[in-house]
Every structure is written in C-alpha cells, then in structure tokens.
Design a protein. Structure first.
Length: 233
C-alpha cells in the first residue's frame, strides 16, 4: 500500500504568500524566487518582490529550511512535555538524600524524610527549569536563520498542524519570539491547508531598499521596473 505523500510547507507557502500580498497590498506583479543568495553568501529559501503604489520596492522573505527540526521540538513537547527523566532525577535525590540523612548524619526517618522530600522537589523544579530553558534556546537558535534574510517582511513556514500550538508552552514561546523579531508564521498540516498564525511586522531599510542585499538585485529590478530602471541605470 503506497504511503501518503508528506505535506511540506514548501509546496504551499509560495502560492499562499503570493495570494496574501495580492489581496492585502494590491500587488499586481510579484516575482518569486527560490534559493536566492544574499551578497553576504547566505541562502534564502523564498523571496517575493513587487512594486508598491509609491513605486518603491517591497521585499518579503520566507524561511522553511528548519521546518522539520522546529516541528519535531513542538510535537515532542506537545506529546511528552518536558519528559520523564526529571522525575528520575527527583527519585535519585530522594533516595540518596534520605540515605545520607540516616546513615551519615544519624537523622531519624522522621527528620530525614521531610528533608529528602524538599531536596527531591527542589531537584525536580531545577531540572524542569533547565530543560525548559534548553528547549527555548533551541527554538531561538533555529529562528536565528532569519537574521540572514533581510526583507521588509519575514515569514517562517513550518510543516506542522496548527493544533500543535494549542496548550503548548514551547509553541507559544516560538510565537512570542517571532513577534518580538517581527516574523510572520504560517503552517501546513496533513490536510494541506495553510494557516496564518501570526502576521509579520514591516521593517524599515536604513538605506535604499532590502533588494540591494541580494545577488539577484539587478535582474529583479529590471523585471519589475523595466524601462524606468534601464533609464536610471
């Protein structure tokens, strides 16, 4: 029996974003590029370029390369939380501190047990805290890839069900970090429906426009501006 084809965000994000900018910004001619390279040598998964009504150029970037790693982290947290290893740590601390209390410092069980319980609980809390920080840091490192994709708006695409974001602390952390970094988030699940989870915030280019950061700058300018660009050049 043939396996179902994997639903990948790369197969749906380009059509979705073209439609998004056509509908919301009235873009008439959108140039779409895949695997575009910046002048710094960084590879950008998707690049959308079009002309604004004021004749300025608008650039949007799409990042999908870390989709699988992000989805794995979110799904794992959704199903297993922080895992059971931390309870093993608490059990080890309970037994070892109880043994030390009774054998080494001659405490009675009456005094040693409460102390051991406090130590075990403290160990559980600390282990949980460190695990959460570690997972959040992994998410943030995976999002760092978007720093190399300069654009008026940046998008993160993930091949994961939008249901994964419900009651998922790690997924909410991802959205919070993306919001702080002005990144939009779209997902696609097994039903092949793209879900817009978060809109990006438009950024301002300090000099000129963001297209000047890309190796394909001249080609895209010629395609979008035509004769007007050739006269200026």
């Amino acid at each position: 029996m043939p396996k179902n084809k994997e639903t990948r965000i790369e197969d749906f994000a380009f059509d979705f974003l073209r439609s998004h900018y056509t509908t919301h910004m009235g873009a008439r001619k959108i140039l779409t590029g895949q695997a575009e390279r910046t002048k710094q040598g960084h590879l950008v998964d998707g690049l959308f370029s079009f002309e604004n009504p004021d004749k300025s150029l608008f650039i949007a970037s799409l990042s999908t390369r870390n989709s699988a790693d992000i989805a794995t982290l979110l799904n794992s947290y959704k199903s297993d939380g922080l895992g059971k290893l931390r309870f093993g740590t608490a059990a080890f601390l309970l037994v070892s501190s109880l043994w030390v209390g009774i054998q080494a410092i001659n405490l009675s069980v009456f005094y040693a047990l409460p102390l051991a319980l406090v130590i075990a609980f403290a160990g559980l809390v600390l282990h949980s805290f460190l695990l959460k920080i570690r997972l959040q840091k992994k998410i943030e490192v995976l999002l760092d890839d978007l720093k190399n994709a300069p654009a008026d708006e940046q998008w993160l695409g993930i091949s994961v069900s939008s249901l994964t974001f419900r009651r998922n602390e790690l997924a909410q952390h991802l959205l919070h970090v993306c919001q702080r970094r002005r990144i939009g988030v779209i997902t696609v699940g097994k039903r092949a429906k793209v879900v817009l989870l978060q809109e990006p915030q438009t950024q301002n280019c300090r000099r000129g426009d963001f297209l000047s950061h890309y190796e394909s700058e001249v080609r895209i300018r010629k395609a979008l501006l035509g004769d007007s660009y050739l006269r200026v050049a």
